[in-house]
Design a protein around this ligand. Structure first.
Ligand SMILES: [Zn+2]
Length: 255
């Protein structure tokens, strides 16, 4: 059997970082071919650290990683794309934080191929650095992240009866996982109205490449409505997911 490689080099984006011991940091990174992993950046909090100095959040770097017994160790870090604006502009930085947190909470640490997710997250950081509407970049990220992690909202057909939706105001149900028509909404609990305009925006974001939506001028009220629906749906999914993790833990410890 060939010996497993002790070290590998990979492009990655820094998703999260936290202090570790006296001088080190643990970085959560997203890589195209190894998925999301945690690595230790030794001495990263010392001013004299050169080799692993470029470990700012939301930068794209090239990293040489030695496999440790538990965690990998970042032994060399080369800055490729600083995405400086995300640390200079508070609002855009906050959107990057939100995207990073979603990414972190919807993915597990493993060796899965994550090239599409990697591209999506990296492109989102780049889009947040342009002068475009940052909310469009965030909505696009949310929608396509949900798609990739298996929670694509149903917004083309009725999520209950599966018949095509008519171009009119409809309802949205977190529990049903999407939009439902007025007829089926009467039978579903917790469905609330969604305007045709907000629905059109979400559909456009779901099925178009970003280039086709980036120049849209979205009225404030529609942004607010789309925001309420997407953040609400995501919160619902995360709470349900946390509950199922709790449930599995309880099972594990009581048997
Ligand atoms: Zn229906």
């Amino acid at each position: 059997m060939p010996r497993p490689e002790r070290a590998f080099r990979t492009p990655c984006v820094i998703v999260k970082r936290r202090d570790f011991g006296e001088a080190d940091r643990i970085l959560t990174i997203l890589t195209p071919r190894h998925g999301k992993i945690d690595v230790v950046a030794k001495g990263a909090r010392k001013l004299t650290s050169h080799k692993t100095g470029h470990v700012e959040l939301f930068t794209r770097v090239d990293m040489l990683i030695h496999k440790g017994r538990d965690l990998g160790i970042a032994v060399q870090v080369e800055l490729v794309e600083p995405y400086l604006r995300l640390r200079e502009d508070l609002q855009r930085g906050a959107y990057a934080n939100y995207a990073a947190e979603l990414l972190d909470r919807f993915t597990l640490t493993d060796d899965d191929d994550a090239s599409e997710l990697y591209r999506l997250f990296d492109q989102t950081l780049a889009r947040l650095c342009t002068d475009g509407d940052p909310l469009l970049a965030v909505r696009y990220f949310e929608m396509h992240l949900l798609d990739q992690v298996g929670f694509r909202p149903e917004i083309t057909n009725c999520a209950v009866g599966h018949e095509p939706l008519l171009p009119e105001d409809q309802f949205f149900s977190y529990a049903a996982g999407g939009v439902i028509c007025s007829r089926h909404a009467a039978q579903a609990s917790g469905a609330f109205p969604i305007s045709m305009t907000a629905l059109k925006l979400l559909r456009h974001i779901q099925r178009s490449p970003f280039e086709a939506i980036q120049a849209l001028r979205v009225p404030e009220a529609i942004h607010t409505e789309a925001d309420r629906i997407m953040v609400g749906y995501i919160t619902f999914l995360l709470e349900r997911r946390l509950q199922s993790i709790d449930f599995i833990r309880r099972l594990r410890y009581t048997h």
